[in-house]
Design a protein around this ligand. Structure first.
Ligand code: GDP
Ligand code: MG
Length: 182
């Protein structure tokens, strides 16, 4: 991960992935960055990140997206992970209620360590496993409304809404940062 650093861009910004272990964070990121789904799930320890250039209007934006790379298992994510992040994908697994219950804790961390106007997209992943669903779509939606987050259900496996979730975050960050620089 982390190639094509020197391609030309107008803006560079950092975003982070958070959520419980095995909700699909790393696969969402590899879909977004490389359009790959990783069948093996190997939680390498240490921070990883990937870049992706995206055109928003007439601007080229380079998104640097950080992945917890397994550290969430040990609750070992430090404040430097969040530092300077303008956006976050807060991910849970729709087939595991416990990952939804953890969202409060993750939100707390994001708000404690992240920037105050961070754009957070709540992502309910693994919608391809509808048959095993434990978290209703309405519950995700309500939480997002309550907490002022964007919301999307995705499948990293079937590449459903993955691009959209990242794009929603990136577009919103771009709106906020370009307003600020006026
Ligand atoms: P992370 O720990 O949050 O980074 O999760 P991973 O991306 O490593 O994925 C954990 C496990 O869930 C792996 O076995 C993946 O193959 C699987 N997985 C990830 N996303 C999806 C998805 O959208 N659908 C299904 N069915 N499985 C997924
Ligand atoms: Mg991972």
């Amino acid at each position: 991960m982390g190639d094509s650093y020197d391609e030309e861009c107008d803006y560079l910004f950092k975003a982070v992935l958070v959520g419980d272990s095995a909700v699909g964070k790393s696969n969402l990121l590899s879909r977004f960055a490389k359009n790959e789904f990783r069948l093996d799930s190997k939680p390498t320890i240490g921070v990883e990140f990937a870049y992706r250039n995206i055109k928003v209007g007439d601007k080229m934006i380079k998104a640097q997206v950080w992945d917890t790379a397994g550290q969430e298992r040990f609750r070992a994510i430090t404040s430097s992970y969040y530092r300077g992040a303008l956006g976050a994908l807060l991910v849970y697994d729709i087939t595991r209620q416990a990952t939804f219950e953890s969202l409060k804790k993750w939100l707390h961390e994001l708000r404690e360590f992240g920037s105050s106007d961070m754009v957070i997209v709540l992502v309910g992943n693994k919608v391809d496993l509808e048959i095993a669903r434990e978290v209703e779509k309405e519950d995700g939606k309500s939480l997002a409304e309550l907490e002022g987050l964007c919301f999307m259900e995705t499948s990293a496996l079937e590449n459903l809404n993955v691009e959209e979730a990242f794009l929603q975050m990136i577009t919103k960050i771009h709106e906020i940062t370009s307003q600020k620089s006026l």
